[in-house]
Design a protein around this ligand. Structure first.
Ligand code: HAM
Length: 428
């Protein structure tokens, strides 16, 4: 099997995972996706589906050459026409590409889009970090107000609440506008330059490529040096500061708990003004269950009208792992209401007819067509936690009656087939 095993960092989502892997249960995924879709509808977001791969330039241009995603993590390949293509590592750039290409700005703003889609990043796999992960993402194009940032954060927060995830932190920061960042860049550069040789190797590299990302570093030597580093919030221009203060005061008045994190810069280059990240307590090192921010210049950068935008993405693997870890009661696969066991070919045909009739009325009915011994079929009915079972043979076919067995109480009751669907409908 080794030769054919799923690629490292990828996984199957299946109906019967083991205890250890219960987060890969497809029923749980369906449940979470249904909560996300309902929340999206209630908040006025419409679904967008884009191709799994895009031209590579789309990501280098938007996510940024200096980001880890573009410089180390993309699945890039040449197609047969010698064009460089990339499996999408994130959803914002494709959403903007689709927005521009489909001229969505013709409809009145705000344009509120959401997607549920797999993303591909060549990262070092560990719990909570995969080479194919899935995101629920939301993007609002066309409104630049701080109020819009807050509506979006409130949307993300409502999703976690609807799912029952309460052990979380919302970290927030502003990376300002271009002028704020230029001033800060200067100050950070002057502060770090004399200490360059004491920084970690990664951070030394980032100094010239993507200096702000040094703030994200978890290496102890960097963390120590950064304690005295200038803070981005102190370099915000007046208008950037006003935007951020309004965001904070609205979050306060809406009672959305949040913590200021002056070092939060996020790993993608397109952000400006508000950035935020949501972490779950008790998930280990890969604890970011969502993140996003404002990216005002990006639509214009990719060739569209200059519209301000804000969005977020959340990782479904991490959300499901958080749900399981926190012991929240989760829905389980509904059992069959009735399980038919035919004893011979003639009764099998009749059972099949009964089963299909029940299913037509929206009842989950099951039939065992394996012709095994009755005790095996009953064991299966009991494994499936079926509410009722009914064994049907030549005698039942003759009398047009069968014994309806309550699988829990083991009580039997004789029922005419003509009444069965109605009885089961009531029991359902
Ligand atoms: P991101 O922070 O790179 O942002 O990813 C969003 C979320 O996806 C993370 O918070 C995490 O839950 C999950 N995630 C990311 N990488 C992995 C991985 N390797 N394995 C498992 N889960 C992962 C973005 O992608 C932005 N496009 C979000 C955004 C939308 N910003 C504005 N609009």
């Amino acid at each position: 099997m080794e030769n054919y095993a799923a690629p490292r960092g990828t996984f199957d989502i299946i109906p019967y995972p083991g205890e250890e892997d219960s987060w890969r249960n497809s029923f749980l995924w369906q449940y979470v996706e249904s909560v996300l879709r309902k929340a999206a509808a209630d908040f006025g977001f419409r679904e967008l589906r884009t191709p799994l791969f895009e031209r590579t330039e789309l990501f280098t241009r938007s996510v940024g050459e200096g980001s880890d995603i573009v410089s180390k993590e993309m699945y890039t390949f040449m197609d047969r026409g010698e064009r460089s293509m990339t499996l999408r590592p994130e959803g914002t750039a494709p959403a903007i590409r689709a927005f521009i290409e489909n001229k969505m700005e013709r409809t009145p703003a705000p344009h509120k889009l959401f997607y549920i889609a797999p993303m591909f990043r060549y990262e070092r796999p560990q719990k909570g970090r995969y080479r194919q992960h899935h995101q629920f993402g939301a993007e609002v194009m066309g409104v630049g107000s701080p109020e819009q940032d807050v509506e979006l954060i409130a949307f993300a927060y409502a999703i976690y609440q609807r799912l029952g995830i309460s052990a979380l932190n919302v970290q927030i920061n502003s990376v300002g506008d271009a002028a704020s960042r230029a001033a800060y860049h200067q100050a950070l550069s002057s502060f770090l330059e004399p200490k360059l040789k004491d920084l970690s190797k990664d951070s030394q590299e980032r100094f010239s490529k993507n200096m702000l990302r040094i703030l994200d570093s978890k290496s102890p030597e960097d963390v120590q040096i950064l304690t005295k580093a200038p803070k981005l919030v102190d370099f915000l221009t007046d208008s950037a500061k006003k935007h951020f203060e309004r965001v904070l005061s609205l979050l306060e008045s809406l009672k959305i708990p949040h913590t200021l994190d002056p070092k939060l810069v996020r790993g993608l280059d397109y952000y400006n003004h508000t950035v935020f990240e949501v972490t779950a307590t008790g998930l280990g090192s890969q604890n970011a269950i969502g993140g996003g921010g404002r990216y005002d210049g990006l639509i214009a950068e990719l060739g569209g009208t200059n519209l301000p935008s804000v969005g977020f993405g959340m990782g479904l693997e991490r959300i499901i792992q958080t749900l399981l870890q926190s012991g929240i009661a989760l829905p389980t696969i509904p059992p069959p209401v009735i399980f038919f066991i035919p004893m011979d070919e003639a009764s099998a045909a009749f059972c099949l007819q009964l089963t299909l009739e029940m299913r037509r009325t929206g009842i989950y009915a099951e039939v065992d067509l394996s012709f095994k011994k009755i005790k095996h079929s009953l064991a299966l009915a009991s494994d499936l936690k079926s509410t009722y079972s009914m064994v049907i043979g030549s005698e039942e076919l003759l009398t047009k009656k069968g014994k309806l067995k309550n699988m829990q109480t083991r009580e039997m009751r004789e029922v005419a087939f003509s009444d069965l669907t109605a009885i089961i409908q009531v029991a359902n």
